[in-house]
Structures are given as C-alpha cells and as structure tokens.
Design a protein around this ligand. Structure first.
Ligand SMILES: [Zn+2]
Length: 308
C-alpha cells in the first residue's frame, strides 16, 4: 500500500492497482471538490469499470451508504454532501471513500477545504415564548429534539433522489435565505437552517424527491413538520405547515403533495420553511433546485484509486 500526498493541498490517495483473474484491469475513481463554501451542497461519486459493493463515504463524522448503479466508467455511486452553517468552522476536512472489489476493501481519502461564506443578519420579532420557552414546554421541546435527531440519523442505501428536485411550491420567492444569522427580539440565535419561501396558508407542498416519510408532527418551534428520507443520507423537511397529508412510513413519489403550508410554530407570518439535510448537515436547499448531480460533479476533481 502506498500513500502519496499531492502538493495541491488536497488529495491524499491510498491506492492499489490490481490485475483481475482474467487479466483485465479493474480501476476505480473518486470525485470530490477541492474546496467548497460552508452551507452549500456538493456532489461526490465513486465509479469503476468493474463491479464493486458496499460503497460508503465518511464525511463530518457520518458514514453514508451509497448505491451502486449503471453509469460512469461502468458502475457508479452518487452522493450529495455539505456542511451545516450552524456548526462548521472554515478549514480542512477529511473525506473517506470505501468500497469492496474483488473480495478486497479499498479506501481513498482526501481533504476538502471549507470556506467561510458571509450570510447576513436578520432581525425578527416573534412571540416572547418562542425565544425563551416557558418551563412547562421544555420537556416537550427536549422530546421533539430527540425524535428529530433520531430521524436525521436515518440511513438507507437505495437512491430515491434525482436531480434537480421538484420545487416544493409552484412559485419559489424567498422571504428569508438560508444561513441568515437570526436575531429574535434582539437575542442572537443560530443561523437559519433552511430557506423560507413565500406561501399563503394552505398552499400545496410537494415532495422534492421520492422517498419515505420518517417523521411528522406539530413541533414547538417548527410547527407542522414533515421529514422525508430519499436515501444516501438525503433528507428534506418542511416546517410551519397547517396541514400534513402523510404519515410516518408512507412512501411518496417525487412531486406528490405531502402537506399544506401555514404559520404554525415560531413564525412571523405564513410561509414554507424548506430544509435540505445531507448526512445530518443542514445545507442551503435553493441552489440545488436549478442544477443536477452531473453538473455538480463537474466542479469536483476526479482521482484514480489504484491498487497493487
Ligand atoms: Zn425558516
């Protein structure tokens, strides 16, 4: 096994080249960006001209199961990753790819530099109980937070997300961007972990991707909420809903109506809050609406995973 560090700040490849029994070369490549902005989604892939299994990418402390599909050099695995504006500092972060081929486990690792992006501050006025909740609500808030964390750990292998997503509303006009540093009634709170889209009460909300509903409920802060798992750690969520039309365990198709928007929870008025969660990281959901995995991968660097 040979490790080589490239000067260009990034790639650290563990690799091996191997000659298969029938004397044809099996080769594999990984693709990931050298640097990216905090809060923004990026694409990764593993591809090979030969069969492989159990592809996993580990990023920001989470191991994400990928699917193996036809495409790329023969077989390909796609992933969407990102970093949460609330808990990510600028710097270098390791990424690890693993898969099994010809009975052997292969690993390729690299580094992605995450750059600060300035997200502006936003002042909001909400009911005081939504900034400092009354004591009697603390237990409820804690329980909801546990259920949400558990849902966000959902990891399924089959890829049910396809890009670009179905926009959740027919008309996408943002009233509050992702990443805004929020100041509620003068009290600074963590950055906005989704995008707020203008929506009158009762507007139909559509699933951005096919998937399975993993959590619904009327939560203290988020109000009416729906969380959908679409595989490989890709989860979408809607908050402040007035009506929920699906339940936990339901399979939904891309574009299916799952709820009606509203003004429940911590809000200043009716709107739809849309979150995109990738491997547990809340990222800006909006740029993905107008791009595809293929276009996103073009912004990455492909490196060969060699075997000896
Ligand atoms: Zn919001």
């Amino acid at each position: 096994m040979r490790a080589k560090k490239f000067l260009c700040e990034i790639i650290f490849i563990l690799g091996i080249l191997f000659l298969s029994a029938n004397s044809s070369f099996a080769a594999a490549w990984v693709n990931f960006p050298v640097s990216w902005d905090i809060g923004q989604a990026f694409a990764i892939s593993i591809t090979s001209n030969a069969d492989y299994s159990n592809p996993v990418v580990t990023w920001k402390g989470r191991s994400i199961n990928l699917n193996v599909e036809q495409g790329g050099a023969g077989k390909i695995s796609y992933g969407l990753l990102g970093s949460d504006v609330r808990n990510t500092k600028p710097g270098n972060y390791d990424i690890l790819f693993e898969f099994v081929q010809g009975g052997k486990k292969y690993k390729a690792s690299g580094t992605i530099t995450l750059n600060e992006r300035k997200y502006p501050q936003e002042k909001l006025t909400v009911s005081p109980k939504m900034v400092n909740p009354p004591k009697k609500e603390l237990k409820r808030i804690r329980e909801e937070s546990k259920a949400i964390s558990a849902a966000l750990r959902t990891m399924t292998t089959v890829r049910r997300w396809t890009t670009p997503p179905q926009p959740p509303l027919a008309n996408i006009t943002l009233t509050s961007h992702y990443g805004f540093q929020r100041v509620y009634n003068g009290v600074p709170r963590s950055g906005h972990n989704g995008a707020d889209i203008r929506a009158a009460n009762g507007t139909h909300v559509r699933a951005p991707f096919a998937g399975t509903v993993i959590l619904t409920g009327f939560h203290y802060y988020a109000g009416g909420s729906v969380y959908i798992d679409s595989g490989n750690g890709v989860i979408t969520a809607f908050f402040h809903l007035n009506e929920i039309n699906v339940k936990k365990g339901d399979k939904v198709e891309k574009g299916q109506i799952v709820a009606k928007s509203g003004s429940t929870g911590r809000v200043t008025g009716p709107h739809l809050h849309y979150s995109l969660i990738l491997g547990g990281q809340f990222v800006d959901p909006i740029p993905l609406l107008s791009t595809s995995i293929t276009q996103m991968l073009k912004k990455g660097t492909q490196s060969q995973v060699n075997s000896l």
